[in-house]
Design a protein around this ligand. Structure first.
Ligand code: CTP
Length: 370
């Protein structure tokens, strides 16, 4: 794969890096944001904007983010971003205080809502000596996201996809609940990937700390029973159902109406009753042509347990992972999964949840065509 890269620098950026470095690496003239009368691009300043298949701002400062969020085009860089019709990717890097500033966060939200791809900064040691959020995401991750924008497949147009994600919460009393460590990241990644591939996506989500992807219909749930109720209403009209949620298997037999008090040193006992199995219930009503995918997060005998769930819940595919392995499971951005179908299995290496999402969709589409 060869990309023709054109680098455009603000004048401030040249204090850190000499444009010659970029010219050597790219073989193209590096545009520096000064008023250069001799240079063709300053006459036809939208030419680069037209030429680009993707425009990346990396690292993007708080200042440039503010400018593009508010439609200010007062230099070569902001003018180019304003003029382009190509997808725009912004990878911010700045001091933690700046990144967390309400104005910056509002600007990021504005850009996201307009469809700008944001590669959020990570936590780490920053140039200013601080430790915290604001460090530029790994360049390999940024490049991967740019590739996703460039080669976005539109092979799910006209398909209706429902994804379940996140944990359920089962109340014990007005202030306490039973839940689990599901972060929702895997399900959200699938919802986002399907939406980008052109599907009409409904995301049934338990309480999570992450933002819903743009362009999906978000339906919140709290308890397993609520998930079942919502999902049952919506399942019939779906082509694909992907169940990445972690609904609690049990709930308190009785929810205490008042806050439960300490028992004066005595052990406390709760009686739990089993919740309905959402996947198994929906599986019973599956129409022909529908493809249902489930997950199996296991700690032992992963494949055997997963195969059993595939059959028991009338699923077409199960995504199995061993949550005890580093780089897999809860609250991490990577996963190591095996895709199990009735007549085969494919073990995937460790990859980002975004990449796992694409592979799951590829397989599910193949099953639909069978
Ligand atoms: N699932 C569900 N309803 C439940 C529990 C799980 O629909 N009450 C779904 C999950 O969304 C997932 C799949 O079933 O797609 C497997 O979840 P898991 O918790 O591994 O399965 P269980 O049937 O609860 O099996 P176990 O006895 O291992 O807890």
């Amino acid at each position: 794969l060869h990309a023709d890269v054109h680098v455009l620098m603000t004048e401030n950026a040249t204090n850190f890096i000499n444009p010659i470095t970029f010219e050597t690496l790219t073989g193209n003239k590096c545009l520096v944001d000064t008023f250069d009368r001799n240079f063709q691009y300053s006459v036809e300043h939208v030419s680069l904007a037209k030429k680009a298949d993707v425009v990346m701002l990396a690292p993007a400062s708080a200042n440039v983010i503010g400018k593009i969020a508010h439609g200010i085009a007062d230099d070569m860089l902001s003018t180019t971003v304003m003029a382009t019709r190509a997808p725009v990717l912004v990878a911010p890097a700045m001091n933690t205080g700046m990144w967390e500033n309400a104005a910056v966060q509002q600007n990021i939200k504005t850009l996201r809502a307009r469809g700008v791809e944001i590669v959020a900064p990570v936590s780490g040691h920053l140039a200013c000596g601080d430790n915290g959020a604001g460090k530029l995401e790994d360049v390999a991750v940024i490049a991967e996201r740019a590739c996703e924008l460039l080669f976005a497949k539109k092979d799910m147009e006209g398909l209706r996809v429902m994804v379940t994600a996140g944990p359920s919460r089962e109340a014990l009393d007005p202030v306490r609940y039973i839940s689990n460590r599901s972060s929702g990241k895997m399900g959200y990644a699938i919802a986002q990937a399907a939406q980008k591939r052109g599907a009409e996506v409904t995301l049934l989500s338990g309480p999570v700390a992450i933002e819903a992807p743009q362009g999906v219909k978000l339906v919140p749930f709290t308890t397993t029973q609520e998930l079942l109720d919502r999902a049952s209403e919506l399942a019939r009209e779906q082509d694909l159902l992907i169940q990445a949620a972690a609904p609690a298997d049990y709930r308190a037999k009785e929810v205490a109406p008042q806050k439960i008090k300490k028992q004066g040193g005595e052990p406390m006992t709760f009686t739990l009753v089993e919740n309905p199995d959402v996947a198994a219930t929906l599986g019973k009503a599956k129409r022909s042509g529908q493809v249902f995918v489930g997950f199996a997060a296991e700690t032992n005998d992963v494949l055997a347990h997963a195969r059993d769930k595939l059959a028991r819940k009338n699923l077409d595919m199960i995504v199995a992972n061993d949550v005890t392995r580093p780089g897999a499971g809860f609250d991490v951005d990577t996963n190591i999964v095996t895709l199990i179908t009735k007549d085969g299995q494919e073990a995937l290496p460790m990859m980002s949840k975004a990449e796992v999402a694409q592979r799951i969709l590829d397989r599910a589409l193949a099953l639909r065509r069978e």
